[in-house]
Design a protein around this ligand. Structure first.
Ligand code: 173
Length: 319
């Protein structure tokens, strides 16, 4: 009797704890507008996450830049205003210069997990941004320069170009006048003639109708667009072991979806041609120099901004 009573008491005492630890809901904000391909890409993933995560973990998608402005998303994750963000490092260089280095990766995220780069990134992201880097959502996707004025060599001297930190050092080196905007402001900037062009990946210019205001794409593309899911570190550390296991499994499942990008990018190249966007190319030697310069100026900037981690990340992320 006594023993049974004790067990019943212990069970009663533990029950509320067990229930409380069962399901946690994580708010997720997107730094990209809700119509962006990146958001479309993770939507079925979030649905599956919530279906499989019942009683463990749930994601509550709170929206895009109307919920939290693009360049404030990093701070919101750092401070725990939201637990999760879909963003790119260029949007949170206010927290640390290293945020923008992952665009320079020449190896896949699977290779980064294998060679220690991923752990190194997490060490820096933990320390400097109070963030856990969970998954890279975009791969195989170069950036391009899009223009409304024709150029015949890589010289942007008389041009005003919309940038984020992704393109800043490179386009500055090519002589451009720079203007930073969030993605949501690009259309208006083009429409009003405030800029003559913009940087953006090969894919996605149709999401916000920029094709209507774009005449040329400059080839080749450069770097490797980095879009990822990051998490507030305190929230990450509070997860139970089963919750963390579930989250890691879902993060890997999301990275396993990265095979679609090559195909989506080819589709957008065709769509751009159909929309009348002309491709500007240079001769082989000039193209090679253009690419070399893109990486050189970016890594030089990276090492200058982060003498401690720039050289290490260069080693870990380069081919
Ligand atoms: O806004 C941007 O041009 C930008 O920095 C970016 C980064 C990754 C993917 C798409 C856009």
């Amino acid at each position: 009797m006594k023993r049974i009573a004790w067990i019943a008491t212990a069970a009663a005492a533990l029950a509320p704890l067990a229930v409380a630890a069962q399901e946690t809901t994580l708010k997720l904000v997107s730094a990209f507008p809700e119509v962006a391909t990146y958001v479309k890409h993770i939507t079925p993933w979030m649905q599956k996450f919530n279906a499989e995560g019942k009683g463990v973990l749930q994601i509550n998608f709170i929206g895009g830049p109307k919920a939290i402005p693009t360049f404030e998303v990093g701070t919101s994750v750092k401070n725990g205003v939201v637990e999760l963000a879909l963003a790119t490092g260029a949007f949170y260089t206010n927290l640390m210069p290293e945020a923008d280095f992952l665009k320079l990766a020449q190896i896949t995220v699977a290779e980064q997990r294998a060679n220690g780069a991923f752990d190194y990134v997490n060490k820096v992201w933990n320390q400097k941004a109070n963030m856990q880097y969970l998954a890279r959502v975009v791969e195989d996707t170069p950036f391009h320069l899009y223009l409304n004025k024709r150029i015949d060599r890589p010289d942007l001297k008389d041009l005003k170009i919309r940038v984020t930190p992704v393109y800043r050092d490179f386009f500055a080196a090519l002589g451009a006048t720079l203007m930073q905007t969030a993605p949501a402001e690009v259309y208006t900037a083009l429409e009003r003639g405030v800029v003559d062009g913009y940087g953006w990946p090969i894919q996605g210019i149709f999401d916000l109708n920029w094709h209507e205001k774009t005449k040329y794409r400059v080839d080749p593309g450069f770097y490797n667009a980095e879009v990822s899911i990051t998490m507030n570190l305190d929230a990450y550390r509070k997860l139970t072991a089963p919750q963390r296991q579930f989250l890691e499994k879902q993060a890997l499942a999301l990275e396993a979806m990265n095979g679609v990008w090559k195909k989506l990018n080819e589709e957008d190249i065709r769509r751009q041609a159909q929309a009348g966007i002309q491709v500007i190319t240079f001769d082989a030697a000039t193209s090679r120099k253009y690419l070399e310069q893109a990486y050189e100026v970016a890594w030089a900037g990276a090492v200058k901004a982060s003498p401690e981690h720039g050289p290490q990340l260069r080693k870990l992320l380069s081919k």
